[in-house]
Design a protein around this ligand. Structure first.
Ligand code: DC
Length: 218
């Protein structure tokens, strides 16, 4: 069974997908972490992403591993390195490249093969798994999304301001929604949930209600 969750940055997708996965005993895949790790790798190697040949060569050499607990690049855990503001911004730009998307989508499909899995990202219900069993589209207003991200950053000891985070979220939303390939958009058959004034638990319970009740929008 495939459960697809899409939506903009800070809508609560990661926490909610992880909790939903735990409660249903499903695997959980944070596809943003894959795009972030690819971006970190390309930045560390100073790859010119406009050069298609060099980009394709570099991608074929990437040593990246995704597990439920950590993401590894060249054998090193990069969970925190991929969450900086600078990598967030760059990932939004880098993920517009078709070579990167093809590579990342193939990886996501391979990881999901034969699994009961919850995937969260921007294009799961539209491109990666258009035939997913359940599709959800999570939203929340910009300020609430900004505050959530801000709290995450503070918890990780990162130095930033709320204003900086809200501006960054707006910029990423714009890039993610307006790119040519696989832009962030709600699948026609996705169930939309506005999480602005809901707790994580409430959202997860609502989703489980849909799944257990066999109610989907398809
Ligand atoms: O979910 P996130 O904030 O970790 O994602 C980081 C960036 O990766 C996001 O701005 C756009 C890109 N992304 C994507 O293009 N497609 C996905 N399925 C997931 C993330």
């Amino acid at each position: 069974m495939i459960i697809a969750i899409d939506g903009p940055a800070g809508a609560g997708k990661s926490t909610i997908a992880k909790k939903l996965g735990e409660k249903m005993d499903y695997m959980y895949l944070d596809t943003g972490a894959i795009y972030r790790t690819i971006t970190l790798y390309l930045c560390n190697k100073n790859i010119d992403i406009e050069n298609k040949r060099i980009l394709a060569d570099s991608l074929s050499n990437i040593d990246m591993k995704y597990t439920m607990d950590h993401i590894y690049l060249n054998g090193k855990i990069v969970d925190d390195d991929i969450r900086t503001e600078s990598i967030s911004q760059k990932t939004s730009r880098y993920s517009s490249k078709s070579e990167i998307r093809v590579f990342a989508v193939e990886m996501q499909r391979n990881i999901s093969l034969g699994e009961n899995i919850v995937l969260e990202g921007r294009d799961i219900g539209t491109v990666v798994f258009p035939k997913a069993d359940y599709k959800f589209y999570l939203t929340a207003n910009e300020e609430v999304r900004g505050k959530r991200r801000y709290k995450d950053m503070l918890d990780k000891g990162m130095d930033t301001s709320l204003e900086e985070i809200i501006n960054s979220i707006k910029e990423r939303d714009f890039n993610d929604k307006n790119r040519e390939i696989s832009p962030l958009t709600k699948a026609k058959d996705a169930i939309e949930i506005d999480t602005t004034s809901m707790t994580i638990e409430e959202v997860v319970e609502k989703m489980i209600g849909y799944v257990k009740g066999g109610v989907n929008a398809i």
